[in-house]
Design a protein. Sequence first.
Length: 119
Amino acid sequence: MLVLEGSDTQFTFHVTEKTKSWQTNEVDLTVYDKILLEVRYVNWVVEYEWSLENEENTANNNHSYVKFDLLSESTKWRVWPVKCDIWGVKDAQKIRFNFDTIKGQILSSVKVPQWIAND
């Protein structure tokens, strides 16, 4: 997971579960009170709440996709590695969806001094 510093970024995840016979099944995320993307920065943790992927998936009863929006304010001046986990919250109990912690990096954005859009 790579994010450009100071940019609006959107992540979409498809949440499935594996059975003991290694088959994958869709997870209906609508049964949870909320879905969180927990991003661990160097000294603090930020939780982002979910929204359904799109109306097409909702119409098809495909509720296993989750979309998170990271706004530019949450990454500005934070150029370093991050770790993320996706959690489902139901009845005040947190359930972790990802098997491995998602590792990422906030990359430094390119700054062009004295650049004017008309040039």
